[in-house]
Design a protein around this ligand. Structure first.
Ligand code: PEP
Length: 253
């Protein structure tokens, strides 16, 4: 039985005071719910990770980073390692978010190194995968998702891969207000689970959590969560409003 997992990606938003206030509001509002029947994480910008980790330390809310670098330390100006994230209280890290793939230009090879280094450093990676609108229109969704999953997990044993959450985030649905229908999302989630079964085995495929992300709102969360292979939600815009994020957590219970 896969435990639901809701994560909020704050992207490049909030400030020092607002990030702590938002984190506290989420921690206070999800008392009991988070940790008991649903895993919840918030992913603030790097510079607010430590204060947010402090603000949620007496709750069951976990903290995740939005990215990391795969090297352990050294001359990599501007980068942050898994051990640094672990050191300040992070549990999760997003790898290969679509904005990093398509705005910053990250490749599957780089993302794979990050996923492996995250696991090696004791973090739980959330590997984001998903097709562009043009790729969906060209019936390439399965090909793109196959490449993102296979290359993102390349070289990882089943034991290591079990630390990963996959987030299916169709790029055309991120920040656009266009949500995939629950049926469209379920179709891809079930495809990803079958693919995991082919890459590894059915036991691992049943164990790995697959989140949906893309303009999730309180009104759409319950129906998405009602789909067999949707185990959680990765929430961008709506995670910046505590009431909306708390309503989404409730929908995942
Ligand atoms: C995201 O940032 O992963 C995301 C899904 O954003 P939004 O919910 O705003 O579409």
């Amino acid at each position: 039985m896969r435990k639901p997992f809701v994560a909020g990606n704050w992207k490049m938003n909030t400030d020092s005071q607002g990030s702590v206030e938002l984190a506290k509001a989420v921690a206070d509002g999800s008392l009991g719910a988070a940790g008991q029947s649903v895993d919840v994480a918030v992913c603030p910008p790097f510079v607010y990770l430590k204060s947010v980790a402090g603000a949620v330390s007496s709750s069951n809310i976990a903290v995740g980073a939005q990215d990391m670098y795969y090297e352990a330390k050294g001359a990599f100006t501007g980068e942050i390692s898994a051990s640094m994230l672990k050191d300040i209280g992070c549990t999760y890290v997003l790898c290969g978010h679509s904005e990093r793939r398509h705005v910053i230009g990250e490749t599957d090879e780089l993302i794979n190194k990050k996923v492996a280094a995250a696991i090696g450093g004791g973090l739980l990676p959330i590997l984001c995968v998903g097709e562009l609108q043009s790729e969906r229109e060209a019936s390439q969704t399965q090909d793109v998702v196959t490449r993102h999953v296979k290359e993102g997990l390349a070289g990882l044993s089943a034991e290591k891969a079990s630390a990963v959450t996959i987030a299916y985030e169709p790029v055309w649905a991120i920040g656009t207000g266009l949500t995939a229908t629950p049926q469209q999302a379920q179709e891809v989630h079930s495809f990803i689970r079958e693919l995991l079964g082919r890459i590894y085995d059915s036991e691992l495929a049943e164990e790995i959590r697959i989140q949906y992300g893309g303009s999730v709102k309180p009104a759409s969360a319950a129906e998405l969560m009602g789909q067999t292979d949707i185990d959680g939600l990765l929430v961008g815009g709506a995670s910046l409003k505590s009431d909306d994020f708390l309503a989404i957590i409730q929908a995942a219970l």
